[in-house]
Write a protein that binds this ligand. Structure first.
Ligand code: ADP
Ligand code: MG
Length: 280
């Protein structure tokens, strides 16, 4: 009798689990408490946005999940592994505010880097790179170098790179910040399509309330000094990839915008039941 691999019967672990995390930075002028008592679970396939004023610790939290920095207290796991193991296994794609491209590599070679690191064949790589560049509208720029592109174009290269391996988790810190409004809306819709297709979970930082509402299953509203989770607002939008654009004009969308805006502005305490609500 053939035995099934364990993973096929085991429940899929959460994409991200952050438990009782504090982060304090030691600086020359003293300690900066960037995050305090952060508890957050992102389910497999779930889209969660972080929103809050500048300096509330959004990027710090992303860096802890990506193992680019370590918490002062508490724990972070990614698909049930330690953050550092998940980083070594390259379990996720990253697109951060600064595009982080390698200046000596062409656009195509930057996008193909994760595939190269994982030993994909050169023909498989070039097919996938072509597909990704087409998706972000940069097919004509494959042979250019990053410093020959605008900031918005560099960001699109970084987004394409983060999607190269169809990861189960995407960590995105203001990835659309340098894009014009039209391109931004197109990239948002494209991102939702990709998530629907691949079942990827996303942790997404943004300053834009409509962007958070349009994309997310839950919006995490953070407050500063020290950064903490003020409220988690579940979204009740029905996302149909066929009618993704129409969603921006629907009642549920505006209700979501109002709910997040009120959470940001009133600084109301966490309502019981709102925290940890799972949408999927
Ligand atoms: P956000 O992304 O929400 O704007 P950050 O996570 O970048 O906020 O920063 C949160 C707080 O932590 C800020 O007060 C910032 O100055 C501080 N901070 C972030 N990184 C460092 C660091 N490496 N050293 C000292 N302070 C830091
Ligand atoms: Mg930031």
């Amino acid at each position: 009798m053939t035995q099934l691999p364990e993973s096929s019967s085991a429940p899929r672990s959460d994409a991200v689990s952050v438990k009782a995390v504090d982060k304090t930075f030691d600086t020359r002028s003293g300690q900066v408490q960037a995050l305090t008592s952060i508890d957050l679970t992102v389910s497999a396939g779930e889209f969660v946005s972080l929103i809050g004023p500048s300096g509330c610790g959004k990027s710090t939290l992303m860096r802890l999940i990506a193992d680019l920095d370590q918490p002062t207290a508490g724990s972070v796991t990614v698909f049930g592994k330690t953050a550092s193991q998940a980083r070594r296994d390259q379990d996720y794609g990253i697109a951060f505010q600064q595009a982080g491209l390698l200046p000596w590599r062409t656009v195509a070679a930057n996008v193909g880097l994760p595939l190269e690191l994982h030993g994909a064949s050169s023909s498989a790589r070039s097919a996938r790179v072509a597909e990704l560049l087409d998706m972000v509208g940069l097919s004509d720029f494959a042979d250019r170098y990053p410093d020959q592109l605008s900031g918005g174009m560099q960001q699109r290269v970084a987004i394409a790179r983060s999607l190269a391996e169809k990861p189960d988790l995407l960590l995105m810190d203001e990835p659309f910040g340098a894009l014009d409004e039209m391109t931004r809306e197109r990239m948002q819709t494209e991102l939702l399509r990709i998530c629907a297709e691949t079942g990827a979970a996303v942790v997404f930082v943004t300053h834009s309330i409509p962007e958070a509402v349009y994309l997310s299953d839950r919006v995490v509203v953070m407050s500063p000094r020290p950064g903490r989770i003020q409220e988690i607002v579940p979204m009740a939008l029905t996302r149909d990839p066929e009618h993704a654009e129409a969603l921006r004009e629907e009642r549920a969308f505006f209700d979501g915008v109002t709910a997040v805006r009120e959470a940001l502005h009133t600084g109301s305490p966490v309502p019981t039941g709102a925290r940890g609500v799972e949408n999927r």
